[in-house]
Design a protein around this ligand. Structure first.
Ligand code: ASP
Length: 709
């Protein structure tokens, strides 16, 4: 019994530790800020009735960012605006390679696709959301009812508050739901983006790696209509005046200093069961990493020797490569730490805990077994489901357009209020415009290769996982089917898209366009999968609520919800780490390291302007005194994930000292389990940002605007 208790306590403490991290706004008041190292009060951090640091924090296009001037200047990452820079780049004006600088406000250009969101308020709506659940309702209905209620709550708020965006976020499945109201700024413009060879120095080789020497920062500006309300781009718009902007501290931080981060972490899976991790490890991560690797190689080969073609692929390669390496890191970490096994052992203890009490056993006795049964079912059909998912966006743009044409035909036959958002009357035009714009980067040879490859994967699925009807549509020879598809389609011609999206379901069914025929043939399988998933989600929604509940009893503490793209606080210290035996990495890199890595060859082709500045401009103001050099990047043990890219890293006083952009390779596993031994995040040091902006970008006026000079 004693031994049992000891193991119990050990597991309990490891579970507790793993929950440290990303505090939602609603939890901030529970923290003893002073004891943790903050030199600011609760009110400075979050003040629902006044102004606080939280008002300076934004979500920018899925990344994070912060206001740093009274005129709506936002600092975020270079990689967060990369797509917007690609959109204005041509072979002649290659802003990706050369960087972009608007020397005056009227030269700031729209950052295509970037929207800024500011959290205005939050409210717990769990009771309301869960009021639609009845004990014996079919599981798929449970999922639909919850989703519908979440949407209704948000829509009612948006209706009552024109111009605002509302969203209900699931904090704990089946248990906690929070309504967030956002201000949404749609006119965002590029101000200064350094050269790729600074913003992405060392490229993919150094991505997810420490030590790091990448200047991953950029500046954009928020604009609104003259009356201060958010508006689409217009030359008449004026710079947005944020409620709060961060003070930039050019003195930075040092090893051991306290730091904290406010931002919008995307997703973590800490409260998921062992079966979830095992599924990810066996299927999702591996399939995705392998597919991305092949697609990246295909795109790189297509762009070799032709910069115009390469530009078309740049942003996509970057996005896929980022995820691929992250997933590879996770796979390595999962194996190394035997995380799924560890979690399974915990669950065995949890089961014992459940069974030790008759009442507990009655409520939670079969929870773990029921969860495992859902995952066993998912695993049996995983190969087929992953291919079906991949047809959704990884089988080329021509096919994805065909699938959208079919979706539009089905949706547009319904009454307006029952359609999916993109196909409501008010949005149709915008949706089609977006589809047309996407063809800007279309390159048929790549598209064709992706399409053919996906067909081959689908046709090669093992017995029991095959997609009914597929082989019949494709016919005897994939090559012939693919060739005919591209030769006889209007779907790859943007000017024809209006006509394509006006097709009725009957016209779609009768079409002899091979992409559309395939979309039609895959429809039953896709619909069946949607229904299966709704049922599984319904089951897990109920089971995971019980799972978390009993785990909390086991551990004797309430958990912090997993990241879900809502605003979070995390804190820690500047700290080195030891990734393997006999190695230790210190937590601050310097300009010296940039020069050491520079070879002149991509991706180590530091621009001449930086090399010159490195010789002539080691401005004492931006020096790290002990290291006697300009600091470039910093490492710390806060808890971050994707979406925290661009987050403000602040010192104890809440002043900006860095911009978060990545994690160390071993910390990719952080999404499943946090540990002080390997969880390390990376920021570009504010001193490097300021030094590059002033001496390499010749944009000293930005330093004046943010009050540093
Ligand atoms: N580099 C990451 C990203 O792309 C940030 C992170 O996941 O830590 O989102």
């Amino acid at each position: 019994m004693k031994r049992f208790l000891l193991v119990f306590t050990l597991i309990a403490s490891s579970l507790a530790l793993a929950d440290e991290g990303m505090y939602p706004i609603s939890e901030i008041h529970k923290l003893n800020l002073k004891k943790l190292g903050f030199l600011i009060s609760q009110k400075d951090l979050y003040n629902p009735n006044g102004v606080s640091l939280l008002d300076a924090i934004v979500n920018v296009g899925g990344c994070s960012g912060s206001f740093i001037s009274k005129d709506g200047l936002v600092i975020t990452n270079h990689h967060c605006v990369f797509g917007a820079v690609q959109a204005i780049s041509t072979k002649e004006n290659d802003y990706i390679t050369d960087g972009f600088l608007a020397a005056t406000r009227d030269k700031e250009v729209p950052a295509r696709g970037l929207v800024i969101r500011i959290t205005e308020s939050y409210k717990d709506v769990s009771k309301e959301v869960l009021s639609v659940v009845t004990p014996n309702m079919p599981l798929a209905d449970r999922t639909r009812a919850i989703n519908k209620k979440m949407q209704e709550i948000a829509e009612a708020v948006e209706k009552a508050n024109p111009g605002k965006q509302a969203q209900v976020s699931e904090m704990f499945a089946g248990r906690n739901y929070v309504l967030f109201v956002y201000q949404r700024i749609r006119d965002v413009r590029l101000v200064y983006v350094p050269q790729r060879s600074i913003g992405e120095f060392a490229g993919e080789n150094d991505n997810w790696v420490w030590p790091r020497h990448t200047g991953d920062f950029s500046f954009v500006r928020a604009y609104v209509a003259k009356d201060g309300t958010p508006a689409e781009y217009s030359a008449d718009n004026v710079a947005y005046q944020p409620k709060k902007f961060l003070k930039v501290n050019p003195n930075g931080v040092d090893d051991g200093d306290f730091v904290f981060i406010l931002g919008y972490p995307g997703r973590t899976f800490r409260h998921q069961p062992a079966a979830y991790i095992a599924y990810d490890e066996t299927f999702r991560l591996k399939f995705t990493a392998d597919l991305y690797e092949w697609q990246i190689a295909t795109m790189e080969a297509a762009g070799k020797g032709d910069r115009a073609v390469a530009i078309k692929h740049d942003a996509r390669i970057k996005g896929l490569a980022n995820t691929m390496k992250n997933f590879q890191g996770k796979l390595t970490g999962l194996k190394r730490l035997r995380l799924a096994e560890g979690k399974q052992a915990e669950e065995e203890m949890l089961q014992k805990f459940i069974e030790a009490d008759a009442k507990r056993k009655e409520v939670y006795g079969t929870v773990l077994a029921d969860i495992n049964a859902v995952y066993a079912e998912m695993s049996a059909t995983a190969p087929r489901e992953m291919v079906l998912d991949a047809f959704g966006g990884l089988a080329g743009q021509a096919f994805s357009t065909a699938a959208a044409v079919l979706g539009a035909a089905i949706e547009r036959a319904k009454p307006d209020d029952q359609r999916m958002a993109p196909w409501k009357d008010a949005n149709v035009k915008g949706t089609i415009e977006g589809r047309k714009r996407a063809f800007r980067d279309y390159y048929e040879p790549t598209d064709r290769a992706f399409f053919k490859d996906m067909l081959q994967r689908a046709l090669a699925l093992p017995e029991g996982n095959r997609i009914a009807g597929l082989a019949e549509v494709v016919g005897a020879d994939v090559e012939t089917f693919v060739a005919a598809a591209y030769a006889n389609t209007i779907l790859t011609k943007p000017d024809s898209l209006e006509a394509a999206f006006a097709m009725t379901e009957a016209q779609v069914q009768a079409s002899n366009d091979n992409f559309i025929r395939l979309a039609w043939a895959l429809r039953p399988a896709a619909e069946e999968l949607r229904e299966t998933r709704a049922r599984r989600t319904g089951a897990l929604n109920r089971l995971l609520a019980l799972y978390v509940e009993v785990k909390e009893q086991f551990v004797g503490k309430d958990f912090i919800p997993d990241a879900n793209s809502t605003l979070r606080l995390t804190y820690g210290r500047i700290k080195g780490y030891s990734p393997s035996d006999a190695t230790y990495y210190s937590p601050i890199t310097t300009l010296k390291g940039v020069l050491e890595k520079t070879t002149g060859e991509e991706p180590y082709n530091t621009p001449p302007a930086l090399l010159e500045a490195a010789q002539k401009q080691r401005d004492a103001k931006f020096m790290h005194k002990k290291l006697n050099d300009i600091p470039v990047a910093i490492l710390y043990n806060t808890d971050t994930t994707g979406g925290n890219s661009g987050s403000a890293v602040m010192n104890a006083k809440g002043e900006l000292v860095g911009v978060n952009f990545d994690r160390a390779y071993h910390a990719t596993i952080n999404d499943y389990a946090w540990s002080d031994s390997y969880s390390r995040s990376i920021a570009v040091d504010i001193r490097y940002v300021l030094w590059v902006t002033k001496y390499v970008g010749n944009a000293g006026f930005i330093l004046k605007e943010i009050g540093v000079e």
